[in-house]
Design a protein around this ligand. Structure first.
Ligand SMILES: Cc1cc2nc3c(=O)[nH]c(=O)nc-3n(C[C@H](O)[C@H](O)[C@H](O)COP(=O)(O)O)c2cc1C
Length: 242
C-alpha cells in the first residue's frame, strides 16, 4: 500500500516534470538600429535580460546585418487558393526569421526615430511581416497564426512632449501612432518603451550639431537613460511573465 507521503511526493514530482517540459516562452527583439552597442541596442539588451530573468528566451535580431528588401507587391500573399496565401512569397535573408516569429510568443519592434518615424529598415521589415497577415476586408482582419505579445522600443533626440505631440499625436494619427495601429491589427496592442533625448555622438564638439547642448545630453545620459534601460528590463520581464 502506498503511504500518504509517497503519494504526495509523486504528485509534486509530476508537477515539476510538467513545469520543466512546458515550452519556454520565446521573444524576438528586432533591432533596426545600424549602431551596435548604442542607444537602441542597449535598450534591446536590457529588455532581453528582463525576458531571461522571467524564465523566457530573448533573441535579438540585427536587421542591418541581413540583406533583405521591403514588400515587392507581388500579392501572392492575397491570391485566393494560392500556395503562398497569408505568407510572404519573396525569399531573402529574413524569410526564416519571418517564419520563426509567427510561431514565437512575442515580438519587439526596436527602432531609432528617423524623421519622426520608425527607420526605413524597420518599415521594410514590418511590410514583410505584417502585410501578408492583413486581409483586405473592411476591418483588415488578421490571419496571423498567433496573436503575439508585442512592444515597441523607440530611441530619439527629441523630448517626450515633442514625441507625443508630433510623432504620436493624441488620436494616434501621427506617424508612430499609425505604425503601432498596424501592429495592433495583426498582433496584441504594443507596450511602448521610450528613450528620449538620447546621447547621439561620443563627442558633441566634433560634430556639426549646435542645436543640442552637450552638457544637457551628458546629464540625460547619466541620469535618465539608466531609468529608460530599467523600464526596458521591466517590460521584458512583463512580456515573458504573461
Ligand atoms: C537619419 C536620422 C534621422 C533622425 N531623425 C530624428 C527625428 O526625426 N527625431 C528625433 O528625435 N531623432 C532623430 N534622429 C536621432 C536618433 O533617432 C537618435 O539619436 C537615436 O537614439 C539613435 O539610435 P542609436 O543610438 O541606436 O543609433 C535621427 C537620426 C538619424 C541618423
Amino acid at each position: 500500500m502506498i503511504n500518504k507521503e509517497t503519494e504526495q511526493n509523486t504528485v509534486l514530482q509530476k508537477k515539476d516534470k510538467e513545469a520543466s517540459t512546458q515550452k519556454q516562452c520565446k521573444i524576438y527583439i528586432i533591432n533596426s538600429s545600424p549602431r551596435k552597442g548604442r542607444n537602441t541596442d542597449e535598450m534591446c539588451k536590457s529588455f532581453k535580460k528582463g525576458v531571461e530573468n522571467a524564465g523566457g528566451e530573448g533573441k535579438i535580431i540585427y536587421l542591418n546585418d541581413l540583406i533583405f528588401k521591403g514588400c515587392r507587391e507581388c500579392f501572392a500573399c492575397k491570391l485566393k487558393n494560392g500556395k503562398n496565401y497569408g505568407k510572404c512569397a519573396f525569399s531573402d535573408e529574413i524569410t526564416p526569421i519571418l517564419n520563426d516569429i509567427s510561431h514565437s510568443d512575442g515580438i519587439v519592434f526596436a527602432t531609432p526615430i528617423f524623421f519622426g518615424d520608425a527607420s526605413g529598415v524597420m518599415k521594410s521589415f514590418a511590410e514583410r511581416l505584417l502585410f501578408p497577415y492583413i486581409r483586405y476586408d473592411k476591418d483588415f482582419t488578421s490571419i496571423a497564426p498567433k496573436r503575439l505579445r508585442t512592444a515597441v522600443i523607440y530611441t530619439m533626440n527629441v523630448t517626450k512632449e515633442i514625441f507625443e505631440n508630433d510623432y504620436l499625436r493624441a488620436d494616434n494619427s501621427g506617424q508612430l501612432g499609425l505604425f503601432e495601429s498596424w501592429i495592433e491589427k495583426v498582433f496584441e496592442k504594443p507596450e511602448r518603451i521610450c528613450a528620449h533625448n538620447t546621447y547621439q555622438f561620443s563627442d558633441y564638439d566634433k560634430y556639426d550639431a549646435e542645436i543640442w547642448d552637450a552638457n544637457d545630453k551628458e546629464w540625460q545620459r547619466q541620469n535618465v537613460f539608466p531609468k529608460d534601460l530599467k523600464n526596458a528590463y521591466e517590460a521584458g520581464k512583463r512580456m515573458a511573465s504573461i
